[in-house]
Write a protein that binds this ligand. Structure first.
Ligand code: ADP
Ligand code: ASP
Ligand code: MG
Length: 445
């Protein structure tokens, strides 16, 4: 039995937390390979080491030298090593790191040093080998994970090692430069290691007792989810449930490895099991979870007889392709078509150029843009089994006095997405949660 354990930022926040982590690892001999994040927040107003590193990069870019932010990082790591009573020469490691940051002058390299340092500390604490992700996690020429090579190199590096600590969040590109995943990416690193050793379980340790039915910062004390499928995970994490990075699913899916989300503060809590969709059994719940994401724009196109105009969609899609813009959803009617796009992609005049090109390409009767839209995903395999789910959902939103700006029921029947104004995002999530989780006897029938 092999378990790969990833510990997130809060779990690595200080020496005391790292001791807890070490106890968790030592309490189960199957917990052989460990992936760690950079130290996160110790208290609400604290700053994550990764955020300090991004600031550090800005300082280096301006002055050529590490400044105040790097001093704060040094203070944190010296404090941790002191608290843990480790004999490692942290001053030398920090001095070398500073020199490299100033030499490399790269955002990704600088940001990656939090994971590099915390993995070195954790390896010293556990007295096991440290594996630098740079040597085993490789990106291809398009900047995407080179999965095959990565699994092979990681597997080879761990072969014959009973235990090891691997740094999360980064790898190396084809030019030999350090490259990071997007924020929260140590979850992907953990999944990579799990796949590389064909682990029996990928344990993802964080600061909540599993995947909750919605973000606990939006709904007070939401219900926990005991089991969910890969598909549900992907839909919810992509739509903002950032307890697990939405791309962590791909490496484990390739090996059918289950994920368990666990709480470092309450290791005995059961947590959430995330299972291959084929092994997932219907739990009797209509809705598994709800998640929301803000700041989308909807480009709405109307033209009579659009449906009979051959190549209409292709022409519009070519415009988006020409501008290198992705769309998230494409709800359409007989004479209407909408594209939901992350507003970030439409900045700096891109939107205006796209609108102009759409006008030229398809000569719409009506072309409009709605901004500041939040998308809310209500997800669950149970939804397709229960009649009237969408009626309940829309009723709940209407009762809360919220205007629905867009609807998209994904072809998967697993997901209903509604678009509301950004300002209504939290209220709509609460209304849907109340409807499906707190409403009493009719729930689950
Ligand atoms: P880590 O540093 O361990 O990777 P993250 O901060 O990335 O932890 O993820 C855990 C946090 O995700 C929780 O503290 C919680 O605030 C937030 N979160 C958002 N949506 C959910 C959800 N549906 N279930 C649980 N936590 C959620
Ligand atoms: N430390 C990185 C971040 O803050 C990666 C991670 O924690 O997963 O985004
Ligand atoms: Mg995280």
């Amino acid at each position: 039995m092999i378990k790969v354990c990833k510990f997130g930022g809060t779990s690595m926040a200080d020496g005391n937390m790292m001791k807890k982590v070490a106890d968790i690892i030592k309490s189960d001999g199957a917990r052989r390979y460990v992936v760690v994040s950079a130290p996160g927040k110790r208290y609400g107003a604290d700053i994550k080491v990764t955020d300090l590193l991004y600031r550090c990069y800005d300082e280096v870019a301006q002055t050529g030298k590490c400044g105040e932010s790097f001093d704060k990082i040094c203070e944190r790591f010296r404090g941790i090593v002191g608290e843990l009573n480790l004999s490692m020469d942290i001053d030398k490691i920090l001095a070398d790191t500073k020199e490299e940051i100033e030499k490399e002058k790269s955002t990704d390299f600088t940001a990656s040093r939090g994971e590099y340092l915390s993995a070195r500390v954790m390896a010293a604490l556990l007295d096991v080998p440290f594996i630098d992700a740079r040597d085993v996690v490789k990106f291809d020429k398009n900047g995407l994970l080179d999965s095959e090579r990565t699994f092979e190199l990681t597997g080879d590096a761990l072969k014959g090692k009973k235990n090891a600590v691997v740094s999360g969040f980064y790898g190396e590109d084809v030019n030999g430069k350090v490259k990071t995943f997007s924020r929260g990416g140590s979850d992907i690193s953990g999944a990579i290691v799990a796949r590389a050793v064909m682990a029996d379980l990928y344990e993802n340790w964080t600061d909540v007792s599993g995947f909750l039915a919605c973000d606990p910062r939006i709904v007070d004390n939401p219900e926990g989810i005991s089991a969910m499928s890969y598909k549900e995970l992907r839909e919810l994490s992509y739509m903002g449930a950032n307890v697990l990075h939405s791309e962590s699913i791909f490496p484990v899916r390739a090996g059918d490895i289950p994920i368990c989300i666990k709480n470092t503060f309450r290791p005995m809590d059961e947590g959430t099991m995330i299972l291959p969709t084929s092994k997932y059994r219907y739990t009797g719940k209509i809705v598994t979870g709800i998640a929301g994401k803000k700041n989308f724009s909807v480009i709405f196109i109307e033209k009579s007889l659009m449906n009979s105009e051959i190549g209409f969609a292709r022409k519009v899609l070519s415009v988006l392709e020409k501008h290198g813009v992705n769309f998230e959803h494409m709800p359409s009617g007989i004479d209407t078509m909408s594209f939901v796009i992350d507003s970030e992609e439409l900045k700096h005049g891109v939107l205006e150029e796209i609108l102009e090109d759409i006008r030229t390409a398809v000569k719409p009767d009506n072309l409009r843009v709605f901004d500041e839209i939040a998308l809310i995903a209500t997800v669950g395999h149970g939804m397709s089994r229960n009649v009237g789910t969408s009626a309940k959902l829309f009723d709940a939103i209407a009762r809360a006095g919220i205007n629905v700006r867009m609807i998209d029921q994904g072809s998967s029947e697993l997901n209903i997405i509604v678009g509301v104004d950004n300002d209504n995002c939290e209220r709509a999530i609460r209304a849907i949660y109340e409807e499906f989780f707190r409403k009493g006897p009719s729930f689950g029938l």
